[in-house]
Design a protein around this ligand. Structure first.
Ligand code: ZN
Length: 429
């Protein structure tokens, strides 16, 4: 029997009712975790918004509770432990029961079904396997849908290309910066991914990126690219995924209750306003989290989606509260830099932001790879391009920025999440 996802077509009324029903049970289960014990009781839940009466949970609290403070089931019921990569500090452990792993797979499978995939697809999963949740989260969903799933993991680009050619992979899951890297290597190898591969759908996640980057990946592979959002604290990928409309990510609201709050006042923002995404896991058994502050910045996309799903849509992540850089007193998100750069045709696939404080004054330098065509231009033209990029960045960021141009492939590339910011200011003060 092929897996079909009934939760995807719930109506708004059904979703609200399901969330209200799920909350009392969730609070009872969460109360078994030492970190929540005695903190959640005595609350009357009549609407999903009543969740605001509960306290928020932060990453710091998860860390303080390491290793088992948030574990809500006997250890014998745990079948899997993931360990968050800790991009912004110490890692935290996340536990799963067998049922948690299945529900997680169902969330990811929902997004794959929404993209029109089925058991005839061949799925090359190019996300890292292991403690990082990106690989295994999609792996089980691919198998649940009956696809031939190739656990390629990340890296070893020549082998990835070989797998795509030999087995006719139709679906990829990959970090966006690595997808661009693969395209770059294909060019060098004389391969045209549009002709030589059979890829039709690509799921990207793991790092923020702009719409222009999505279009570049789509053009390069001749495939549709879908955004996928998740975080290991909420299982991993599959919390929210794009449908065929590619206009915002549907949160699996029968699994996760989402709020968007002002990260400073902690009050809900108006629908459509930018704020921090806060998630409550409604069904998880091993490690239920209540009002977890993701630190991811997004906004709700208001209005009905033509795909027919009533699950709330959020915009692609627009940055992280802790990514925010303060440069000469001005708040700067790395995504703003990317958005400005990608508007310029001569800009290539990679960039890096460097921050330094040589004489007690912040200096921001943006290293930019240019396209092969632009790089062949004369010095005078390159210098004009440099000025144009600097002017565009100044307009976007409200601060002056130094620009350095690099040849294609001239900046270092990591095979995991891209390192976009090198901040050496703290070491000097
Ligand atoms: Zn939709």
């Amino acid at each position: 029997m092929a897996y079909t996802d009934e939760g995807r077509l719930l109506t708004r009324g059904q979703i609200d009712a399901l969330q209200v029903q799920a909350l009392p049970d969730l609070l009872t289960r969460a109360d078994r975790a030492p970190a929540y014990r005695g903190k959640l009781g005595g609350l009357e839940i009549n609407t999903p918004a009543d969740i605001r009466k509960l306290p928020l949970t932060t990453k710091e609290e998860l860390r303080a509770g390491m290793p088992e403070g948030f574990l809500a089931v006997p250890k014998a019921d745990v079948v899997r432990m993931h360990y968050s990569s800790g991009t912004t500090g110490l890692a935290t452990s996340v536990y799963h029961t067998a049922d948690d792993v299945l529900r997680w797979s169902e969330c990811v499978a929902r997004g794959m079904l929404a993209a029109g995939l089925n058991r005839d697809d061949i799925f090359q999963n190019m996300m890292g396997y292991g403690l990082f949740t990106g690989g295994l989260g999609f792996h089980y969903a691919g198998e649940l849908l009956g696809m031939m799933t190739i656990p390629a993991s990340s890296g070893n680009t020549e082998r990835q290309i070989h797998l795509m050619q030999s087995f006719g992979s139709t679906v990829l899951h990959i970090i966006p910066s690595y997808a661009l890297r693969v395209l770059h290597i294909c060019v060098g190898d004389g391969i045209d991914p549009r002709e030589d591969f059979s890829v039709r759908a690509i799921f990207v996640g793991g790092e923020p990126h702009t719409e222009k980057i999505r279009r570049r990946i789509e053009d390069g592979f001749g495939a549709r690219v879908y955004n996928c959002y998740g975080l290991s604290e909420m299982c991993g990928p599959g919390v929210a995924m794009e449908c065929g409309q590619q206009d915002g990510l549907h949160v699996c609201e029968d699994h996760y209750l989402a709020e968007i709050i002002d990260p400073v006042t902690l009050e809900p923002v108006e629908p459509g306003e930018q704020g921090e995404l806060v998630l409550t896991s409604l069904r998880r058994e091993a490690m239920p989290l209540i009002r977890y502050r993701t630190r991811d910045i997004t906004h709700q996309i208001v209005g009905d989606c033509p795909c027919g799903s009533a699950h709330m849509r959020v915009a692609r992540m627009e940055g992280r509260t802790d990514d925010m850089l303060v440069v000469r007193g001005v708040n700067v998100y790395p995504m703003q830099v990317e958005r400005a750069l990608m508007e310029i045709d001569e800009v290539g696939n990679n960039y890096v932001i460097e921050l330094d404080r040589p004489e007690d004054l912040d200096v921001m330098t943006v290293g930019v790879e240019v396209t092969q065509e632009a790089f062949r231009d004369e010095m005078r033209q390159l210098s004009a391009l440099q000025d144009r990029i600097a002017a565009r960045l100044r307009q976007e960021l409200d601060i002056s920025v130094k620009v350095q141009l690099h040849e294609p492939g001239g900046l270092p590339v990591s095979e995991g999440k891209a390192v976009r910011v090198i901040d050496t200011r703290d070491q000097e003060s």
